[in-house]
Design a protein around this ligand. Sequence first.
Ligand code: FES
Length: 150
Amino acid sequence: MPKQLEWTRRAALRLAWLGVIAASALTIEPLLKYLTSKEDRLQSPLVAYNKPLVVSSDWQNTANARVWVKQDSLGVMALVATCTHLGCEVHYQPETKEWLCPCHGSIYDLEGRPVSGPAPKALPRVAVERKADGSLMINTSKLVGMDTRL
Ligand code: FES
């Protein structure tokens, strides 16, 4: 009987060890995604956009992968595609009009409002100005409200 008890203890320890390995593998993937994301650490908070925008355009990516601009009937707006949970880069899905975070699965609607997942608040909106030559200058250090337009 003691031999059977030892085998059971050994089996339980192996099972526990496998559980630790499986749990580690599950937590490492989001960590690696976070660490290897194409984060464009800004040298400057200013990002230029000089392509034409049309009214009711879809979100357009700027020279900085995380900064996006869009125009609706009220004007031009810009957001930073950084997840409000832990800062991963979120990806725009034009076919579903959603923003998805690959790290923990947060989903934001077209306007950047969180609809599911752990993200606590909307994607940050930032200020946009039009320069004399007609191009846009996005100031990522200046947060604005969801309704703010240029
Ligand atoms: S970083 Fe956790 S859901 Fe985006």
